[in-house]
Design a protein around this ligand. Structure first.
Ligand code: CA2
Length: 145
């Protein structure tokens, strides 16, 4: 049983542009830190990134029944995708939505998340460390059962 760590569109570009907003780490750097943290918590992680909405939905549908939780940064699909929201709504394991930037301190169109109402919670604006905090929550939930 693993935690699925899913990143949506353009997050494969981290570290290459917009470092003032998203920091200087690449997605591979963040995934390495998440993996190290997961090992310290005694959980395993599976990483997935896609720029394609349907591929993310297919991945969640295929793997969610084997997961103890999902950490997802849906990228711009956060603000657009009813389909992703509907897919996450049927996940029974904890789902934590993560944003590197503070979406509420940015443009108005980023203030709406279609995912937030079906997630257990949302972490926004704490940079790459948000992924670790999300993992802490899921590991604690799994340990409490
Ligand atoms: O703050 C976040 O983590 C976001 O989910 C990032 C998304 C954005 O659409 C959300 O509103 C907030 C965008 C990720 C784009 O990442 C890039 C990184 C480097 C260069 C270009 C894009």
């Amino acid at each position: 049983m693993s935690v699925l760590v899913i990143n949506g569109p353009n997050l494969n570009m981290l570290g290459q542009r917009e470092q003032d907003i998203y920091g200087s780490l690449t997605l591979a750097d963040i995934e390495a830190r998440v993996k190290t943290h997961a090992e310290s918590l005694g959980v395993t992680v599976e990483f997935f990134q896609s720029n394609n909405e349907g591929e993310i939905i297919d991945y969640v549908q295929k793997h969610q029944s084997d997961a103890i939780g999902i950490v997802i940064n849906p990228g711009a699909f956060t603000h657009t995708s009813v389909a992703l929201r509907d897919c996450l709504a049927i996940v029974t394991a904890p789902v934590v939505e993560v944003h590197i930037s503070n979406i509420y301190a940015r443009e108005e169109f980023r203030h709406l998340s279609y995912v937030a109402p079906v997630a257990d919670g949302q972490i926004s604006g704490l940079g790459w460390q948000g992924y670790l905090l999300a993992l802490d929550y899921i590991a604690a939930q799994a340990g409490s059962k």
